[in-house]
Design a protein. Structure first.
Ligand SMILES: Cc1ncc(C[n+]2csc(CCOP(=O)(O)OP(=O)(O)O)c2C)c(N)n1
Ligand SMILES: [Mg+2]
Lengths: 331, 329
């Protein structure tokens, strides 16, 4: 067989990437057309291969943490699609009880440590998750995701230094999609190759084609092996592209349609499908069956979200302290 | 002749007028130049002033704030925009440990005339990390001033004042949900002194004090109360530090009752401070305990009903005023 990975792996990747994409497209529609979803909403469309490759390169016990562009990674880690859609709707059945919304998906049971809204913060928090794994003597690793824009925050440097000093089992994954909101990466630094930021700390680093699930799997796989074997952190710069605006409200005047189309021609799902077809890994019927299953899951999640109840108003003062009897100031 | 413009345009006029007048003034922040501002406050300013004076920064709040603070100490008059005040927390070290303290630490040698501005407080369903109202936190810090306007007219005059005349760091709090609000501004330039509250509605039965977007709740409650024969005086603080408690006291001398509406968390909030001051200076004038409505003592959640339940609104303010009036029902 000409492919590096098994048929099952390709089928898994395809289904996961389609699920993420269709979830995003459906949610966007519910946002724009029906106003059922509010707040900031950042779609993962175009970046799905990063979630797919990461999943096959890690174990369920490994921890993921990311920024607000978090739907794809949450779904990949196994946070239920129903609970993801319900979270977008702000319903009590959401993965954060309707308290987080789009930017703050969580699934501790699945080792998904959330969507974080302050750019760069989770770089450090991710190292902290890894510190606890090292402290307890496990061989679990942490994948800490952040954007190209986040790479310009000071916390990156402090965290890189600490992670190398203590050889923490963390993989820093920069999802470089070329833009931080309306700012292209060229306008943010003298150093455009983000992976080079690891050099100052003598941290191993790599750049990876984020439009290929295979490349993502291999690159993350090498870093995971190093971290599991107590070799410390790695910085991975994964080159990708977001098809949608930064968030739903972004008019995208900072880039041309040609540029977006060029990336769409390298679409990770199309590329994967082509490999699968070229190598006879799946019949058209099998692909169609996956697409139908994905549609059904996404449609069901909308129904689930719509039929779910709102959180009770009393939830305002719940989950603020673990302490049930905390004396809140109420007037 | 008065013109009707949006809040964001009022801010833009203030910035542009001061930049035309004084070439030491510049604007710096994320997406302020080429993107024309995350909320379009600085639209067109790059075209007018060029990249030397309208400066895009990477997402490096601590770094660019420090650059602003240093530039202010060395003779420039920076205006630093935070995309929202939630992100200024990363730069708090520079604001609290450097900007606010340098005059004192240097024995009066090194001042820091800088304006920090951006949207503050909740703006719908943005979740816990994008919804904090910071007035009380910053007002706790000696050495800085805190401005929190409720409308574009006030905002323009206050911002011009802050940029032109204030020699100390000024925190200027705007709101995503007020940028589109229309206001009337005169053709000619004007300045509004910091530290002066404004009586936005005259009344005799009860005083309602508020600021920022909660002024809408205060004025809305006053309108409701009027229908029931209760005449509320509504005071807009405009500046939180220095706090114009004299204006509140003068009003309380007349109404003998005080209600405060704010979006801060309740502990050590602006209302806490006002309550202390008025009970001390005006104890004999009070006919009822001072009462307040604040944001819930919790991070703001995402679900729409939880947002509504957590923030002050007109019905609860009306109810509270009636309690203070010892009114039946
Ligand atoms: C500390 C901080 N500053 C600014 C923002 C506003 N903001 C949200 S996302 C974003 C761009 C981040 O871009 P990048 O890190 O490349 O991630 P991407 O959105 O491309 O996934 C900005 C400026 C924020 N949330 N937090
Ligand atoms: Mg980016």
């Amino acid at each position: 067989m000409a492919t590096k990975f098994s048929r099952e792996t390709y089928l898994y990747w395809y289904e996961l990437m389609q699920l993420i994409r269709q979830f995003e497209l459906m949610a966007e529609e519910k946002y724009k057309m029906e106003g059922k979803i509010r707040g900031f909403f950042h779609a993962y469309v175009g970046q799905e291969a990063i979630a797919a490759g990461a999943m096959t390169a890690t174990r369920p016990e490994d921890l993921f943490i990311t920024a607000y562009r978090d739907h794809g990674l949450a779904i990949a880690k196994g946070v239920s699609v129903n609970s993801c859609m319900a979270e977008l709707y702000g319903k009590a059945t959401g993965n954060a009880k309707g308290k987080g919304g789009s930017m703050h998906f969580f699934g501790k049971d699945c080792n998904f440590y959330g969507g974080h809204g302050i750019v760069g913060a989770q770089i450090g928090t991710g190292a902290g998750l890894a510190f606890a794994e090292q402290y307890r003597g496990t061989d679990n690793v942490v994948l800490a995701y952040f954007g190209d824009g986040a790479a310009r925050q000071g916390i990156l440097h402090e965290t890189f230094n600490l992670a190398m000093l203590w050889k923490l089992p963390v993989i820093f994954i920069c999802e470089n999609n070329n833009y931080a909101m309306g700012t292209s990466i060229e306008r943010t630094s003298n150093v455009i190759d983000i992976y080079k930021l690891a050099d100052a700390y003598e941290m191993p680093a790599d750049t990876i084609d984020g439009m290929s699930a295979e490349s993502v799997h291999e690159g993350i796989g090498r870093a995971v092996k190093r971290a599991r074997e107590k070799g410390g952190p790695t910085l991975l710069e994964i080159k990708t592209y977001r098809y949608k605006g930064h968030s739903i409200s972004d008019p995208q005047k900072y880039r041309t349609k040609d540029e977006v189309d060029e990336y769409k021609s390298k679409d990770p799902i199309h590329q994967l499908l082509k490999t699968m077809r070229d190598n006879n890994l799946a019949t058209d019927e099998e692909i169609k069956a996956i697409d139908q299953r994905v549609d059904a899951i996404v449609t069901e999640s909308v129904k689930f979200a719509e039929e779910s109840p709102w959180p009770d108003d009393s939830e305002v003062l719940k989950d603020v302290y673990v302490d049930q009897n905390y004396p809140f100031i109420t007037d | 002749m008065a013109r009707s413009i949006a809040f964001r345009e009022a801010l833009r006029e203030a910035l542009s007028e001061e930049m035309r007048r004084d070439d030491r003034v510049f604007l710096m922040g994320e997406e302020v130049a080429e993107y024309n501002g995350a909320y379009k406050v600085s639209q067109g300013m790059l075209a007018e002033f060029g990249p030397k004076r309208v400066i895009d920064t990477p997402i490096s709040e601590l770094g660019f704030t420090a650059v602003g603070v240093g530039a202010a100490q060395n003779g420039l008059r920076p205006v630093v925009e935070f995309m929202t005040w939630n992100f200024a927390v990363l730069a708090l070290d520079q604001i609290l440990n450097t900007a606010s303290k340098m005059l004192a630490m240097s024995g009066g040698q090194v001042s820091c005339p800088i304006v920090f501005r951006g949207p503050n407080g909740s703006a719908g369903q943005l979740g816990a990390q994008h919804s904090t109202a910071f007035e009380a936190l910053y007002a706790n810090i000696p050495g800085i001033k805190v401005v929190s306007p409720s409308n574009g007219y006030d905002a323009k005059g206050l911002l011009k004042q802050a940029i032109r005349y204030e020699e100390d760091p000024v925190m200027f709090m705007e709101s995503e949900v007020m940028y589109g609000d229309k206001c009337e501004v005169p053709e000619s330039e004007y300045y509004i002194e910091l530290g002066k509250a404004d009586v936005k509605r005259i009344g005799r039965d009860v005083t309602i004090v508020s600021f920022h977007k909660m002024m809408k709740v205060a004025l809305g409650a006053a309108a409701e109360l009027e229908k029931e024969g209760i005449s509320a005086e509504v005071i807009d603080l405009r500046t939180i530090r220095p706090l114009d408690w004299m204006t509140i006291l003068e009003s309380v001398k007349k109404t003998n009752r005080l209600v405060i509406v704010e979006e801060q968390w309740p502990f050590a909030s602006v209302s806490s401070e006002i309550t202390y001051r008025i009970q001390k200076e005006g104890f004999d004038y009070l006919d009822a305990p001072i009462r307040r409505i604040t944001a819930a003592d919790a991070p703001l959640h995402y679900a729409p009903n939880l947002v509504n339940a957590a923030l002050p609104d007109v019905p609860r303010t009306v109810k509270l005023v009636k309690e203070v009036m010892y009114a039946r029902k």
